[in-house]
Design a binder for this molecule. Sequence first.
Ligand SMILES: [Zn+2]
Length: 296
Amino acid sequence: MSRCPNCKSERSRPDVAARCVRRSLTTEYQYRRCTACDLVYLPDPGELGIDERVYISTYEDEWGETRDLKQRFEEYLVKRLPVDPPGRLLDVGCGTGSYLRFAEQRGWAVAGVDPWSHRYRPAIHPAVLPVDLQSAKFESGSFDVVTMWWVIEHYPDPVKTLAEVARILKPKTGLFVLSTDNIASIEARLFGRYWHHLLPPEHVCHFNPENLSALLARVGFRVRAVKHVPVTAGVMGSVHVYATEQGWPLTFGHPLWHILGLPFELFFGLLRKSGLFVVYCDLPETAESAQAAKAA
Ligand SMILES: [Zn+2]
Protein backbone atom coordinates (compact mmCIF):
# COMPACT_ATOMS: atom_id res chain seq x y z
CA MET A 1 0.00 0.00 0.00
CA SER A 2 1.42 3.39 -0.95
CA ARG A 3 1.67 6.20 1.57
CA CYS A 4 0.45 9.76 1.06
CA PRO A 5 3.47 11.93 0.08
CA ASN A 6 2.11 14.71 2.30
CA CYS A 7 0.87 13.20 5.58
CA LYS A 8 2.21 9.61 5.16
CA SER A 9 -1.23 8.09 5.81
CA GLU A 10 -1.91 4.74 4.17
CA ARG A 11 -5.62 5.44 3.92
CA SER A 12 -6.65 6.47 0.40
CA ARG A 13 -9.26 5.81 -2.25
CA PRO A 14 -9.09 5.78 -6.05
CA ASP A 15 -9.67 9.21 -7.56
CA VAL A 16 -9.46 10.37 -11.17
CA ALA A 17 -7.72 8.22 -13.82
CA ALA A 18 -6.36 10.03 -16.85
CA ARG A 19 -3.80 10.05 -19.62
CA CYS A 20 -1.72 13.01 -20.68
CA VAL A 21 -3.40 14.39 -23.80
CA ARG A 22 -1.07 17.40 -23.81
CA ARG A 23 1.88 15.08 -24.45
CA SER A 24 -0.10 12.58 -26.57
CA LEU A 25 0.72 9.81 -24.07
CA THR A 26 -1.45 6.70 -24.23
CA THR A 27 -0.84 5.26 -20.75
CA GLU A 28 -3.62 5.95 -18.27
CA TYR A 29 -2.58 6.81 -14.70
CA GLN A 30 -4.73 6.24 -11.63
CA TYR A 31 -4.57 8.97 -8.98
CA ARG A 32 -5.51 8.26 -5.36
CA ARG A 33 -7.03 10.66 -2.83
CA CYS A 34 -5.69 10.57 0.73
CA THR A 35 -8.65 10.27 3.09
CA ALA A 36 -6.68 11.94 5.89
CA CYS A 37 -5.41 15.15 4.18
CA ASP A 38 -7.28 15.17 0.82
CA LEU A 39 -4.10 15.23 -1.29
CA VAL A 40 -4.62 13.70 -4.75
CA TYR A 41 -1.45 11.85 -5.70
CA LEU A 42 0.10 9.35 -8.04
CA PRO A 43 1.09 6.27 -6.00
CA ASP A 44 4.63 4.97 -6.39
CA PRO A 45 5.89 7.60 -8.83
CA GLY A 46 9.41 6.25 -8.19
CA GLU A 47 8.53 3.29 -10.38
CA LEU A 48 8.05 5.59 -13.34
CA GLY A 49 11.12 6.62 -15.28
CA ILE A 50 12.11 10.19 -14.50
CA ASP A 51 12.00 11.02 -18.21
CA GLU A 52 8.34 10.08 -18.18
CA ARG A 53 7.68 12.44 -15.30
CA VAL A 54 9.69 15.51 -16.11
CA TYR A 55 9.44 17.65 -19.19
CA ILE A 56 9.64 20.96 -17.39
CA SER A 57 11.70 22.88 -19.91
CA THR A 58 9.41 22.01 -22.78
CA TYR A 59 6.53 23.88 -21.13
CA GLU A 60 6.95 27.12 -22.95
CA ASP A 61 6.28 25.59 -26.36
CA GLU A 62 3.01 23.89 -25.64
CA TRP A 63 -0.51 24.99 -26.32
CA GLY A 64 -1.56 28.17 -24.63
CA GLU A 65 1.81 28.83 -23.08
CA THR A 66 3.73 30.50 -25.83
CA ARG A 67 7.10 31.94 -24.95
CA ASP A 68 5.82 35.47 -25.20
CA LEU A 69 2.88 34.91 -22.84
CA LYS A 70 5.03 32.98 -20.40
CA GLN A 71 7.64 35.70 -20.26
CA ARG A 72 5.07 38.42 -19.79
CA PHE A 73 3.61 36.43 -16.93
CA GLU A 74 7.04 35.94 -15.36
CA GLU A 75 7.70 39.65 -15.61
CA TYR A 76 4.37 40.28 -13.90
CA LEU A 77 5.27 37.80 -11.13
CA VAL A 78 8.57 39.58 -10.46
CA LYS A 79 6.82 42.97 -10.29
CA ARG A 80 4.20 41.61 -7.91
CA LEU A 81 6.69 40.36 -5.32
CA PRO A 82 5.65 42.18 -2.14
CA VAL A 83 9.27 42.94 -1.18
CA ASP A 84 11.90 45.11 -2.78
CA PRO A 85 15.42 44.36 -3.98
CA PRO A 86 18.33 44.39 -3.32
CA GLY A 87 18.72 40.93 -1.86
CA ARG A 88 19.31 37.31 -2.88
CA LEU A 89 16.57 35.52 -4.79
CA LEU A 90 16.49 31.79 -5.55
CA ASP A 91 14.10 30.26 -8.08
CA VAL A 92 13.61 26.51 -7.51
CA GLY A 93 12.72 24.52 -10.65
CA CYS A 94 13.71 27.50 -12.75
CA GLY A 95 13.81 25.73 -16.14
CA THR A 96 15.99 27.76 -18.46
CA GLY A 97 16.15 30.65 -16.00
CA SER A 98 14.02 33.21 -17.83
CA TYR A 99 12.41 34.29 -14.55
CA LEU A 100 15.88 34.95 -13.12
CA ARG A 101 16.57 37.34 -15.95
CA PHE A 102 13.52 39.47 -15.07
CA ALA A 103 14.39 39.33 -11.36
CA GLU A 104 17.94 40.43 -12.11
CA GLN A 105 16.66 43.34 -14.17
CA ARG A 106 14.69 44.43 -11.10
CA GLY A 107 17.83 44.42 -8.97
CA TRP A 108 17.90 40.98 -7.35
CA ALA A 109 21.09 38.93 -7.00
CA VAL A 110 19.80 35.65 -8.45
CA ALA A 111 20.36 31.91 -8.26
CA GLY A 112 18.37 29.05 -9.77
CA VAL A 113 18.26 25.26 -9.55
CA ASP A 114 16.74 22.83 -12.01
CA PRO A 115 18.15 19.34 -12.59
CA TRP A 116 16.43 19.14 -15.98
CA SER A 117 17.13 22.51 -17.50
CA HIS A 118 20.32 21.52 -19.30
CA ARG A 119 18.88 18.26 -20.45
CA TYR A 120 16.03 19.61 -22.52
CA ARG A 121 17.11 23.12 -23.38
CA PRO A 122 20.25 25.08 -22.63
CA ALA A 123 19.91 27.47 -19.72
CA ILE A 124 19.54 31.06 -20.83
CA HIS A 125 20.82 32.37 -17.51
CA PRO A 126 24.32 31.53 -16.23
CA ALA A 127 23.12 31.38 -12.59
CA VAL A 128 21.14 28.17 -13.22
CA LEU A 129 22.63 25.16 -11.40
CA PRO A 130 21.62 21.85 -13.06
CA VAL A 131 20.99 20.08 -9.74
CA ASP A 132 18.09 19.50 -7.36
CA LEU A 133 17.62 21.79 -4.36
CA GLN A 134 19.15 19.44 -1.76
CA SER A 135 22.28 18.81 -3.83
CA ALA A 136 22.93 22.55 -4.21
CA LYS A 137 23.74 22.66 -0.45
CA PHE A 138 23.02 26.36 -0.01
CA GLU A 139 23.94 27.94 3.31
CA SER A 140 21.26 28.14 6.00
CA GLY A 141 19.26 31.38 6.01
CA SER A 142 21.03 32.71 2.93
CA PHE A 143 18.12 33.86 0.70
CA ASP A 144 15.82 36.87 1.05
CA VAL A 145 13.32 35.45 -1.44
CA VAL A 146 12.73 31.89 -2.66
CA THR A 147 10.24 31.32 -5.46
CA MET A 148 8.84 28.01 -6.71
CA TRP A 149 6.48 28.57 -9.64
CA TRP A 150 4.40 25.51 -10.59
CA VAL A 151 6.99 23.06 -9.36
CA ILE A 152 5.80 21.48 -6.08
CA GLU A 153 3.27 19.30 -7.93
CA HIS A 154 6.19 17.52 -9.65
CA TYR A 155 7.90 16.30 -6.46
CA PRO A 156 7.28 12.76 -5.15
CA ASP A 157 8.49 14.04 -1.75
CA PRO A 158 7.23 17.61 -1.33
CA VAL A 159 7.81 17.61 2.46
CA LYS A 160 11.57 17.17 2.11
CA THR A 161 11.82 19.93 -0.50
CA LEU A 162 9.78 22.46 1.48
CA ALA A 163 11.79 21.70 4.65
CA GLU A 164 14.96 22.47 2.67
CA VAL A 165 13.47 25.82 1.56
CA ALA A 166 12.73 26.58 5.23
CA ARG A 167 16.39 25.89 6.03
CA ILE A 168 17.87 28.20 3.40
CA LEU A 169 15.39 31.11 3.69
CA LYS A 170 16.28 34.04 5.95
CA PRO A 171 14.25 33.83 9.17
CA LYS A 172 11.78 36.66 9.89
CA THR A 173 12.51 38.91 6.88
CA GLY A 174 12.70 36.22 4.17
CA LEU A 175 9.80 35.54 1.81
CA PHE A 176 8.85 32.24 0.18
CA VAL A 177 6.36 32.32 -2.71
CA LEU A 178 5.08 29.17 -4.35
CA SER A 179 2.30 28.41 -6.77
CA THR A 180 0.53 25.24 -7.80
CA ASP A 181 -2.69 24.02 -9.36
CA ASN A 182 -5.78 23.64 -7.20
CA ILE A 183 -7.45 20.22 -7.18
CA ALA A 184 -10.33 21.72 -5.17
CA SER A 185 -10.99 24.32 -7.91
CA ILE A 186 -14.28 24.54 -9.77
CA GLU A 187 -12.58 23.71 -13.08
CA ALA A 188 -10.92 20.58 -11.60
CA ARG A 189 -14.30 19.35 -10.35
CA LEU A 190 -16.08 20.32 -13.55
CA PHE A 191 -13.64 18.73 -15.99
CA GLY A 192 -12.47 15.74 -13.90
CA ARG A 193 -10.16 13.55 -16.00
CA TYR A 194 -10.07 16.24 -18.71
CA TRP A 195 -8.69 18.95 -16.40
CA HIS A 196 -5.82 20.76 -18.13
CA HIS A 197 -3.56 20.84 -15.02
CA LEU A 198 -3.91 17.15 -14.15
CA LEU A 199 -0.97 16.25 -16.39
CA PRO A 200 -0.03 12.70 -15.34
CA PRO A 201 2.55 11.40 -14.76
CA GLU A 202 4.52 14.66 -14.41
CA HIS A 203 2.16 16.05 -11.80
CA VAL A 204 2.54 13.69 -8.85
CA CYS A 205 0.83 15.72 -6.09
CA HIS A 206 -2.31 17.84 -6.47
CA PHE A 207 -2.78 20.09 -3.43
CA ASN A 208 -5.55 22.43 -2.35
CA PRO A 209 -4.94 25.70 -0.43
CA GLU A 210 -5.78 24.08 2.92
CA ASN A 211 -3.53 21.02 2.83
CA LEU A 212 -0.63 22.94 1.27
CA SER A 213 -0.89 25.66 3.95
CA ALA A 214 -0.94 22.96 6.64
CA LEU A 215 2.17 21.34 5.17
CA LEU A 216 3.99 24.69 5.03
CA ALA A 217 3.14 25.32 8.68
CA ARG A 218 4.41 21.84 9.58
CA VAL A 219 7.88 22.55 8.17
CA GLY A 220 8.08 25.90 9.99
CA PHE A 221 6.51 28.52 7.69
CA ARG A 222 3.91 31.11 8.59
CA VAL A 223 1.40 31.51 5.75
CA ARG A 224 0.75 35.22 5.14
CA ALA A 225 -1.58 35.06 2.13
CA VAL A 226 -3.16 32.70 -0.39
CA LYS A 227 -4.06 34.28 -3.74
CA HIS A 228 -6.17 32.73 -6.47
CA VAL A 229 -4.86 33.36 -9.98
CA PRO A 230 -7.07 33.57 -13.07
CA VAL A 231 -5.00 31.85 -15.78
CA THR A 232 -7.20 31.11 -18.75
CA ALA A 233 -5.38 27.94 -19.82
CA GLY A 234 -7.27 26.09 -17.06
CA VAL A 235 -10.70 26.41 -18.63
CA MET A 236 -9.88 26.57 -22.33
CA GLY A 237 -7.06 24.03 -21.97
CA SER A 238 -9.55 21.61 -20.41
CA VAL A 239 -11.98 22.19 -23.28
CA HIS A 240 -9.07 21.37 -25.60
CA VAL A 241 -8.27 18.14 -23.71
CA TYR A 242 -11.95 17.16 -23.83
CA ALA A 243 -12.23 17.86 -27.56
CA THR A 244 -9.06 15.86 -28.27
CA GLU A 245 -10.32 12.88 -26.26
CA GLN A 246 -13.59 12.98 -28.20
CA GLY A 247 -11.69 13.06 -31.49
CA TRP A 248 -13.14 16.44 -32.48
CA PRO A 249 -11.08 18.17 -35.15
CA LEU A 250 -10.67 21.40 -33.17
CA THR A 251 -7.44 23.31 -32.80
CA PHE A 252 -7.01 25.90 -30.10
CA GLY A 253 -3.71 27.40 -31.15
CA HIS A 254 -4.92 30.98 -31.48
CA PRO A 255 -4.38 33.20 -28.39
CA LEU A 256 -7.92 34.61 -28.80
CA TRP A 257 -9.30 31.33 -27.47
CA HIS A 258 -7.94 32.40 -24.11
CA ILE A 259 -10.34 35.32 -23.93
CA LEU A 260 -13.31 32.93 -23.92
CA GLY A 261 -12.01 31.38 -20.69
CA LEU A 262 -11.30 34.67 -18.94
CA PRO A 263 -14.80 35.46 -17.51
CA PHE A 264 -14.96 31.95 -15.99
CA GLU A 265 -11.49 32.23 -14.50
CA LEU A 266 -12.23 35.67 -13.03
CA PHE A 267 -15.48 34.40 -11.51
CA PHE A 268 -13.80 31.30 -10.05
CA GLY A 269 -11.06 33.55 -8.65
CA LEU A 270 -13.64 35.73 -6.89
CA LEU A 271 -15.04 32.59 -5.27
CA ARG A 272 -11.46 31.65 -4.27
CA LYS A 273 -11.81 28.45 -6.29
CA SER A 274 -9.68 29.13 -9.36
CA GLY A 275 -7.42 26.54 -10.96
CA LEU A 276 -4.13 28.01 -9.74
CA PHE A 277 -3.15 29.57 -6.43
CA VAL A 278 -0.11 31.32 -4.99
CA VAL A 279 0.99 31.09 -1.34
CA TYR A 280 3.13 33.76 0.35
CA CYS A 281 4.89 32.76 3.54
CA ASP A 282 7.75 33.61 5.86
CA LEU A 283 9.59 32.07 8.78
CA PRO A 284 8.74 33.35 12.24
CA GLU A 285 11.99 31.79 13.46
CA THR A 286 14.62 29.38 12.12
CA ALA A 287 13.32 25.95 11.13
CA GLU A 288 15.71 24.32 13.59
CA SER A 289 14.48 26.42 16.52
CA ALA A 290 10.83 25.76 15.54
CA GLN A 291 11.49 22.03 15.55
CA ALA A 292 13.35 22.25 18.85
CA ALA A 293 10.41 24.17 20.34
CA LYS A 294 8.02 21.48 19.11
CA ALA A 295 10.17 18.72 20.58
CA ALA A 296 10.47 20.47 23.95
ZN1 LIG B 1 -2.42 12.61 3.23
